[in-house]
Write a protein that binds this ligand. Structure first.
Ligand code: GRF
Length: 222
């Protein structure tokens, strides 16, 4: 069983590391974005491998998806930590065990803390179900509908210390229909979100990237 630097065992199941670029996925919920990444990660064009799935939620559907795919999976439950800071440290230590080149927050419903960002801030991306900087936070779909916008969508962006404020990598638009409910709209956004996430995780892995201020460009620094 892998151990964190402070000596905690990391409970994992399955998983094997390869020499390709390594990706750790953070997920709290059903895990459809995770499933889309897993459907792509063994293709040659993808440019990397998902080596572990980490969740904060012992009931996350993402756990079963990881198990079925034979990917290492660990739960870092905030209820096992005495403070937010301790959980932040435990999450960072658990992710570090897998030595990722890229961390993908795909429906991870907690704010990543300073300790995590110090270790992985430059290499952690998130997917958000709205066109940032509009409608950040946990209710991007609901807030866009409530505002009456006619077009919303999804954003893949780097994670910084703010809530959905980091440099934007890619976006896709989704029109809101008159008869949409929050659920129907979110489902259509998620179709675009999965496509966008897989496409851009692959591009970042294959081509590298630079971030200058708020501008993200593909390709290593020249
Ligand atoms: C996605 O829309 C994500 O942007 C949001 O929650 C949803 C997660 O979906 N934060 P899933 O768990 O990947 O199916």
């Amino acid at each position: 069983m892998p151990r964190t630097p402070s000596g905690h065992d990391v409970p994992t199941t399955g998983g094997s590391l390869s020499s390709a670029r390594k990706v750790v996925v953070l997920a709290s919920g059903g895990g459809s974005n995770l499933a889309a990444l897993l459907a792509a990660h063994d293709k040659e064009w993808f440019g990397g491998r998902i080596v572990a799935v980490i969740t904060d939620n012992p009931a996350a559907g993402a756990i079963n998806i990881a198990h079925d795919a034979g990917i290492a999976c660990a739960v870092v439950d905030p209820r096992d930590s005495e403070s937010r800071a301790e959980w932040d440290r435990a999450l960072a230590e658990t992710v570090a065990v897998f030595g990722p080149d890229l961390v993908v927050s795909a429906g991870f419903m907690r704010i990543l803390g300073p300790h995590f960002l110090k270790a992985f801030g430059g290499s952690t991306i998130n997917t958000h179900p709205a066109l940032l900087p509009a409608f950040p936070g946990a209710h991007g779909v609901r807030d866009a509908m409530a505002h009456g916008v006619k077009v919303t969508g999804c954003t893949v962006h780097f994670v910084d210390e703010g809530v959905d404020t980091g440099p934007i990598i890619a976006q896709a638009a989704v029109a809101i229909q008159d008869d949409d409910t929050q659920e129907t709209l979110h489902e259509r956004i998620k179709v675009e979100e999965r496509r966008l996430l897989v496409e851009w995780v692959s591009k970042l892995l294959r081509r590298g990237y630079t971030v200058e201020g708020r501008t993200v460009r593909l390709g290593e620094a020249g």
